[in-house]
Design a protein around this ligand. Structure first.
Ligand SMILES: [Fe+2]
Length: 544
């Protein structure tokens, strides 16, 4: 690829003769940015491969106008844009809600790039992206997040991540947004964070507007601006406790569920920096990312692809054990097992699974009879979980780390078919454990909001669940993964508050799994930041 500084169309004339798109800014956006820029929703990157990464932005205008907006983009090796390596021009229109995605190829592997857009006479802010590495990588650092509910509070976890210069990527496990009206799940009024529109979202216009509001949050914008995201949805990107043909929070008087789901998926693909397969109306999001021979990150969709309805009764053992009930669906499950086998065959050291709901067994400690705690988790699909565990043991697949969101709390667990049977699993040595699970806390959504009750309930779980090595049901924050060939270390960072903007955080706990052990133990020392971290993208859009 040849290039030279400013040889691209970025600053040249054609943009000046474009029709001016009418500006339509919400009051919310005007409150913190009124310079006339159409880039009100920031910039973002995602889905890093070893030669490309998706770059995203959105042009704010009148969605009803029949305009096409031309958008120039440029990618450079440095934040001053003295070494531009790729550039071009694309366009957007109302068919994609004026969102913009480019996917520049022929980039170098394991490299940090800086990018920006230009449209309607304005430059966007400068974003920072990173391609996936190739070859014998020795270390990776990944953040894991989930469950950012706008009305519940400030996205301080995103702000904290944005300050970490040494992350390879941010893995988002879903509940990126919530579908409710204000007050139905969090009252945003006291903080000026009332959902837009202030009703349960049902239509394409609704889902687009909700995505747009979330992307006005300055802390979410900053996390997107500094790091590539690898995202999957959970239930609330459509509706609470979604399954393939319905959801707990979808009623007959809210219209056809499949139409609602299709609208939600369309808006998601428009507004998220995810690589869309053009024309793939099914909205397939399960996919694999390779980080050299150090780790493969297999992203799964337990939610919208093929999930059967949750058991209505957490004590209904017949339904729970029904081998015909699916969580991934036959097609995804076959793909998943093949990916695991390919990864193991290639000699990749670690297999990370990015997925939504808790995999480890969890019985209801507050009710007699051994009923499961939450039928929406893998517990409600016992045969599907058994097939996964069988694939690990029969396929000789090791070094599997399951990453989970959804439950608004922090957990670390060994994964075994029989966690309560001392003849099959020894919690002291890990004998019988096949993999481990790391659950990231919510950015803002609540676990148990009373600290004392949370500690009591957590203690009861630890006392009765030998495979659970760590649980915190109270705090918000994120998980930081430090991956080497020797071990995966997980550090749970909890934020001090979500009631005011703050980057105060605490390292709450740290567990590790050593290669070949498939078992969690306390980490010996906190991981150290990379000394050679590339510079964060500078704020502002002007480049000298
Ligand atoms: Fe959630």
């Amino acid at each position: 690829m040849s290039f030279s500084r400013r040889s691209f169309l970025y600053y040249t004339g054609p943009l000046a003769v474009l029709p001016v798109l009418p500006q339509r800014c919400s009051q919310l956006v005007d409150d913190y940015r009124n310079d006339g820029s159409p880039f009100l929703h920031g910039v973002a990157s995602g889905d890093p491969l070893d030669d490309r990464v998706v770059l995203w932005t959105r042009i704010t205008g009148d969605a009803g106008a029949p305009h096409t907006v031309v958008v120039a983009w440029a990618v450079a090796k440095d934040p001053q844009f003295t070494r531009v390596v790729a550039s071009g021009v694309t366009s957007t229109d109302e068919s994609v809600d004026f969102t913009v995605k480019v996917d520049p190829s022929e980039l170098q592997s394991g490299t940090t790039y800086y990018y920006r857009f230009r449209a309607l006479g304005h430059d966007s802010t400068i974003g920072r992206a990173r391609t996936a590495p190739r070859g014998n990588l020795t270390r990776a650092r990944l953040a894991v997040v989930s469950c950012s509910n706008y009305p519940y509070g400030y996205f301080n976890a995103y702000a904290a991540l944005a300050r970490r210069a040494d992350l390879d990527a941010v893995i988002h496990l879903g509940d990126y947004l919530y579908e409710y009206a204000n007050g139905a799940y969090g009252d945003g009024a006291p903080l000026g964070r009332t959902p837009v529109p202030d009703r349960e979202i049902l239509t394409l216009a609704d889902y687009r507007a909700r995505h747009a509001q979330y992307k006005t949050d300055p802390d979410l914008q900053e996390a997107h601006r500094q790091h590539p995201f690898i995202a999957v949805w959970d239930d609330h990107e459509v509706a609470n406790d979604a399954w393939h043909s319905g959801a707990e929070n979808h009623q007959p008087d809210e219209g056809d569920f499949q139409e609602r789901k299709a609208a939600a998926i369309q808006a998601y693909f428009e507004w998220m920096p995810i690589r869309a397969e053009r024309g793939d109306v099914r909205g397939r999001v399960y996919r694999t990312f390779h980080y050299g021979k150090l780790l493969d990150l297999i992203m799964l969709d337990t939610r919208n692809a093929a999930r059967d309805q949750q058991p209505l009764d957490p004590c209904d053992v017949t339904t729970i054990a029904d081998p015909d009930r699916q969580l991934l669906g036959e097609e995804q499950e076959a793909w998943f097992f093949a990916e695991l086998e390919r990864s193991q065959r290639r000699g990749t050291r670690w297999r990370l699974l990015g997925q939504q709901v808790m995999f480890a067994q969890l019985v209801n400690v507050l009710a007699p009879g051994g009923c499961i705690f939450n039928p929406d988790q893998w517990d409600g699909y016992a045969a599907a979980r058994a097939r996964v565990l069988n694939e690990l043991s029969e396929g000789g697949i090791d070094n599997v780390v399951v990453l989970t969101g959804d439950i608004h709390s922090s957990w670390g667990s060994d994964l075994t078919a029989a966690p309560f049977d001392a003849t099959k699993y020894d919690p002291a040595t890990g004998r019988g454990s096949l993999a481990v699970e790391l659950v990231t806390p919510a950015v803002t959504s609540p676990g148990i909001d009373d600290a004392t009750q949370a500690a009591q309930f957590g203690g009861a779980i630890r006392a009765t669940h030998p495979h659970v090595k760590y649980v915190d049901l109270f705090h918000r924050g994120y998980a930081l993964l430090d991956v080497t060939r020797e071990r995966v270390q997980c550090e749970w960072y909890h934020v001090a508050t979500i009631r005011e903007r703050s980057t105060a955080e605490t390292l709450a706990n740290s567990l590790q799994v050593s290669s070949g052990t498939n078992h969690l133990v306390p980490a010996t020392a906190p991981s150290t930041p990379r000394v050679d971290a590339p510079a964060l993208a500078p704020s502002g859009s002007n480049v000298a």
